[in-house]
Design a protein around this ligand. Structure first.
Ligand code: GLU
Length: 382
C-alpha cells in the first residue's frame, strides 16, 4: 500500500497515527496566555503527551511553534498593540529562549530530546540551504529527536520573512516529504463564511482541491501580531497539497488536541491526491533549466533503473557548471537523458570525484561529503 492510501484511502479520513511523518504547527494563541504573556505549561504538557504517543507508534513528528514574540514582548515591556518590526525582533529574541526551554521541559517528561531549528524563508527556497536543512532534519528524526522549528525572526527583515508560521510549516512539510500537516489554532476548521459573524456559516470537513470557491470562504487576513487567519492557512494548504501532504486545520484550545483528532474530533482535512514521494519526483522531473549534465556509465545506468542512488564511481563525465543542490540532467553513455536529480556536489568537486570510489571522497576533496553524487530520494527517472 502506498503512503497516501495508508493514511487516507479513497474517501477515508487521513489518520495521523498511520502516517510516517507529521508536522504540527502550534499557534501563539494556544501556547501563550494573552493576559499574562506566560506559556501555558499545562496545555504544553498535554500536547507533549500527544506527541509522545504518536512517536511511540513510530510516527516521526516535527513541531513548528509560534509564540516567541507573544512570550518575549512582556519580558521587554513591549505592551503596545501593534509592534514595530524591530520590537518584534527583540521580543522574538527574548521569547525564543523561553519557548525552547518550555518545550525541552515538557518533552523531557517522556525522555524525548528536543532540537531547535530557526529558519528563514531562504532556507527553504534556496536549493543548497534547502538540502542542508533537509538533511539536518532527517538526521534528527533518525536519532529519535523532536525538531522544534520557528522562523528566525530576529534576523529576517520584512522582505525576507515568512511572517506566518502556517506557510513556514507547510514549506517544512514539503521539504521533508511529510505525509501530514496539522495546523492547530483557535478555529476548528474551514467554514463557508466567518462563523463568528455569520450564523449560517457551514462547517466543511473535507477539501480535495483549493479552488476559487474555497478561497472565497477564507475572507480577509486578520490584524494583530500573530499573522494567522484563514488566508495563510489556505496558502499553506496549497503548498502542502502540491507536495502530496494531507493538511488539517484543527482546534487546539482544549488539552490533547492531537489525541482528539485521532479519536475522530472535528477538523477540516485537505486531502492530497498523490504521495509526497510522487509529488517530489514530479517536481524534480519537471525542474526547469537543469544547470548541467552528468553522463553515467552502463553499470550506473542499471543501478539507477533499479532505484538506487548515483555514486561518483558510476560517473563518466560532467558537463556544464552547477552548484550543490542544483537540478542536473543525467544521461546514458549514448547521450540520452534518462533522469533528473538534485546534485550533492557542485561541478568542480563532482569532476574531481567522478569515476572514483565514495570511500576516496574525503581524501580527494579534503572534506567528508555525501557518499552519493545524487541520492535516490533526489532523483527522478524520465
Ligand atoms: N514566528 C512568530 C513567533 O514565534 C509567529 C508567527 C506566527 O504566529 O505565524 O512569535
Amino acid at each position: 500500500m502506498s503512503a497516501p492510501e495508508a493514511a487516507a484511502g479513497a474517501g477515508a479520513t487521513p489518520d495521523l497515527g498511520a502516517m510516517s511523518r507529521v508536522v504540527v504547527k502550534i499557534g501563539s494563541a494556544l501556547l501563550v496566555d494573552d493576559a499574562t504573556g506566560e506559556i501555558d505549561s499545562a496545555w504544553l504538557d498535554a500536547l507533549a503527551d500527544d506527541v509522545a504517543s504518536l512517536m511511540a507508534r513510530g510516527v516521526e513528528v516535527i513541531l513548528v511553534s509560534s509564540g516567541a514574540i507573544a512570550v518575549g514582548r512582556g519580558c521587554l515591556g513591549l505592551t503596545r498593540q501593534t509592534l514595530r518590526l524591530e520590537d518584534k525582533q527583540a521580543a522574538a529574541a527574548a521569547g525564543q529562549l523561553r519557548l525552547a526551554h518550555a518545550y525541552r521541559t515538557a518533552l523531557a517528561r517522556h525522555d524525548i530530546t528536543v532540537a531547535q531549528i530557526l529558519v528563514t524563508l531562504e532556507d527553504t527556497e534556496e536549493r543548497r540551504r534547502h538540502l542542508n536543512a533537509r538533511s539536518t532534519l532527517r538526521t534528527l528524526l533518525a536519532r529519535g529527536a523532536l525538531p522544534v522549528i520557528n522562523e528566525n525572526d530576529t534576523v529576517a527583515t520584512s522582505e525576507i520573512r515568512f511572517g506566518d508560521n502556517d506557510r513556514l510549516a507547510a514549506r517544512v512539510a514539503a521539504m521533508i516529504d511529510a505525509e501530514g500537516l496539522v495546523l492547530l489554532s483557535d478555529i476548528d476548521g474551514l467554514y463557508t463564511g466567518d462563523p463568528r459573524r455569520d450564523p449560517d456559516a457551514a462547517f466543511i470537513p473535507r477539501v480535495e482541491r483549493i479552488d476559487d470557491e474555497i478561497a472565497r470562504m477564507a475572507g480577509d487576513a486578520p490584524v494583530g501580531y500573530s499573522s494567522g487567519g484563514m488566508v495563510t492557512k489556505l496558502a499553506a494548504g496549497r503548498i502542502a497539497l502540491g507536495a502530496g501532504c494531507h493538511m488539517a486545520i484543527a482546534q487546539g484550545r482544549q488539552h490533547h488536541p492531537l489525541q482528539r483528532m485521532r479519536e475522530g474530533g472535528r477538523c477540516t482535512w485537505f486531502v492530497a491526491s498523490e504521495s509526497p514521494h510522487t509529488a517530489r519526483k514530479r517536481w524534480i522531473a519537471g525542474s526547469l533549466n537543469p544547470a548541467g549534465t552528468v553522463y553515467v556509465d552502463q553499470g550506473a545506468l542499471t543501478a539507477l533503473r533499479d532505484g538506487r542512488s548515483l555514486l561518483p564511481a558510476g560517473v563518466a563525465r560532467i558537463a556544464g557548471s552547477f552548484q550543490r543542490g542544483d537540478a542536473v540532467r543525467i544521461c546514458a553513455p549514448d547521450g540520452r537523458e534518462i533522469a533528473r536529480g538534485l546534485t550533492a556536489y557542485g561541478d568542480a568537486d563532482a569532476r574531481r570525484i567522478a569515476g572514483r570510489k565514495s570511500s576516496a571522497i574525503a581524501e580527494i576533496l579534503g572534506y567528508r561529503g555525501r557518499e552519493e553524487l545524487i541520492h535516490r530520494d533526489d532523483l527522478a527517472l524520465i
